[in-house]
Design a protein around this ligand. Structure first.
Ligand code: FMN
Length: 196
């Protein structure tokens, strides 16, 4: 990999790491796509982890969500990010693993704020209702749960780790767009510029 591509690769991961830490960073929210027998399913998720050395991205989810079963049946996922200020798109291909137990799941739960834990205290997702319904136990529609109440959500809390296999970077520019692709291979990284 030449110096230009090496610098770009480092910059991509710097951006993803910033996306984890900064709620207002454009990469904080991305679109995670799963492959299903019925076609592709997409949803917005919060980027919760980015590890350049491990080529790993992470989000959190409810173990009862459809995406968990979809990943169980087919781990191939796509994760799309767009930075509208810099006009940079990242298309990430990878394989996902969902875990509800283990030290890093416990750590992630421990650092999840009470209001975010509330998302794991309601009825199962995608249950049809006659009227608009939050699915939350009634008192929790107006306040965050107590620490003790929140612990009921722990068993539903899951982390989705995506082992990145390729990143396609596209930069939209007045002077002409630029594109590069980074692919994981046995020797490390196979990187190349592409025409846009
Ligand atoms: C701004 C925003 C952030 C979201 N973050 C997450 C998230 O981090 N994890 C998650 O599972 N769902 C998140 N969601 C909800 C998902 O987009 C989706 O509706 C839900 O996970 C159910 O998806 P599924 O049925 O495909 O599993 C978010 C939605 C929005 C609009």
């Amino acid at each position: 990999m030449n110096d230009d591509l090496r610098a770009l690769w480092a910059g991509i991961w710097d951006g993803l790491v910033s996306g984890v830490a900064q709620g207002d960073h454009p990469f904080h929210l991305g679109v995670l796509a799963t492959s299903t027998p019925d076609g592709v399913r997409q949803r917005t998720v919060v980027l919760r982890g980015a590890d350049a050395d491990a080529w790993r991205l992470r989000c959190h989810t409810d173990a009862r969500a459809a995406k968990v079963a979809e990943i169980g049946a087919d781990p191939r996922v796509g994760w799309l990010f767009y930075d509208a200020d810099r006009r940079v798109q990242l298309r990430v291909d990878g394989r996902a693993v969902v875990r509800t137990a283990g030290d890093d799941v416990d750590d992630a739960w421990r650092t999840t704020p009470l209001l975010s834990r509330r998302a794991y205290l309601g009825d199962a997702p995608a249950d049809p209702r006659a009227d608009p319904a939050t699915g939350l136990p009634h008192p929790l529609t107006t306040r965050e749960p107590t620490e003790a109440e929140s612990e009921q959500g722990r068993e539903r809390f899951a982390i989705v780790d995506v082992r990145v296999e390729a990143i396609d970077w596209l930069s939209i520019r007045f002077s002409g767009h630029l594109r590069a692709r980074f692919t994981r291979d046995d020797d490390g990284i196979d990187a190349t510029w592409l025409t846009p």
